[in-house]
Design a protein around this ligand. Structure first.
Ligand code: TYM
Length: 343
């Protein structure tokens, strides 16, 4: 009855909060672009504005600016709106509608275990929004409303993806619809699945870190990037000759991984080149490579942001294409549950 056939369909999302970091770029967007280049995949990339209001609101204008900046960043990084479906989440109501159904499938106990909720809610959980708690259900809906089969993300989203698989499975069981929702596969690959803070190699590089020196933003200019890398925390030893030598040296490992991901090389290859050299020799080369990658992206972003109407048009067109895929899947979901709908 449900007999879903699943294409190789990729979905991923990024929150429009405070611009893209090098972590988002290497862990996610650079890979989105690489996947788009492969014709075998259908790709949907979403600016998840509904998720962005779970913790705070940047104001009406701030919200619009952040969404357009994220769209411009995607396009400047190489996402082609003709090949990939690029849109903002709130323009496709099917996400929120399926999320409600998933609120009734996921268990409180499952959500209570989410480490990201614990981190973001901090000590005062009573004051966290219900949206922040139910955030992973909306994320599962984002993916499953397209029957997406693969989800490229950084390491920090792994637990949320496992939950999405649990929700898919439980829906299929509870509503007697074997195989209706596919179990989406995480794609967590490459040297940069977890880019760390430049100030503390045990903490993730994040838009929300209070110190701007901890991260590289795609909008940073060449001098700022060079300064941040020069000041990045390291240890006094020279670089080892193999990745095993990075054990217990989180800051060194992070810089090597960043270099490898930017250069499309493996950490072993990078170390083969820099073995025995001090950070004073490695850091300028890393800065050069980072600037060479980011400067053209930020220049293109500025050009795109000069024409916000064109960005809005691209997002609306993407939303219409996305809605055309999601609509029939949501309709089938309603039929499976037994909701009456007029035809
Ligand atoms: P967000 O907006 O925090 O991050 C977007 C993407 O960037 C990755 N990322 C990193 N990768 C490596 N190193 C880092 N330091 C780093 N920081 C962030 C994230 O893993 C992510 O892939 N919940 C998601 C957004 C979302 C989503 C979805 C993702 C909503 N619905 C459906 C996939 C599918 C989030 O907050 O990502």
């Amino acid at each position: 009855m449900t007999g879903a056939t699943h294409a190789r369909r990729v979905f991923s999302g990024v929150q429009p909060t405070g611009g893209l970091t090098l972590g988002n770029y290497l862990g996610a967007v650079k890979r989105f672009v690489a996947i788009q280049e492969d014709e075998a995949w259908e790709t949907l990339y979403c600016i998840v504005d509904l998720h962005a209001i779970t913790a705070s609101w940047p104001g009406r204008e701030g919200m619009r600016r952040a969404t357009r900046e994220m769209a411009a960043a995607f396009i400047a990084c190489g996402l082609d709106p003709a090949r990939s479906i690029l849109f903002n989440q709130s323009q496709v109501p099917a996400h929120a509608e399926l999320a409600w159904i998933f609120n009734c499938v996921a268990r409180m106990g499952w959500l209570n275990r989410m480490t990201q909720f614990k981190e973001k809610a901090g000590k005062d959980r009573e004051a966290a929004s219900v949206g922040l708690f139910a955030y992973p259900n909306l994320m599962a809906a984002d993916i499953l409303v397209y029957h997406a089969t693969h989800v490229p993300v950084g390491e920090d989203q792994k637990q949320h993806l496992e939950l999405a698989r649990d929700i898919a499975q439980k829906f299929n069981n509870d509503f007697d619809a074997p195989d209706f929702f596919p179990l989406p596969e995480p794609m967590i690959e490459g040297a940069a699945t977890r880019v760390m803070s430049l100030r503390d190699g045990t903490k993730k590089m994040s838009k929300s870190d209070p110190s701007d020196m901890s991260r590289i933003n795609l909008t940073d200019d060449a001098d700022t990037i060079a300064l941040k890398i020069r000041k990045a925390k390291t240890d006094p030893d020279p670089l080892p000759d193999s990745p095993e030598g990075l054990e217990g040296r989180p800051e060194a490992r992070n810089l090597v991984n960043i270099y490898a991901a930017l250069a499309d090389r493996s950490p072993a290859e990078v170390l083969a080149e820099f073995a025995g050299q001090p950070f004073s020799a490695f850091k300028p080369r890393l800065a050069e490579l980072t600037v060479a990658t980011i400067t053209p992206i930020s220049a293109r972003m500025r050009e795109l942001l000069a024409g916000p109407e064109e960005i809005d048009r691209i997002l609306s067109e993407g939303a219409a294409r996305a809605a055309a895929i999601a609509g029939p899947i949501l309709a089938r979901t309603h039929e499976i549950i037994g909701f009456i709908r007029s035809r």
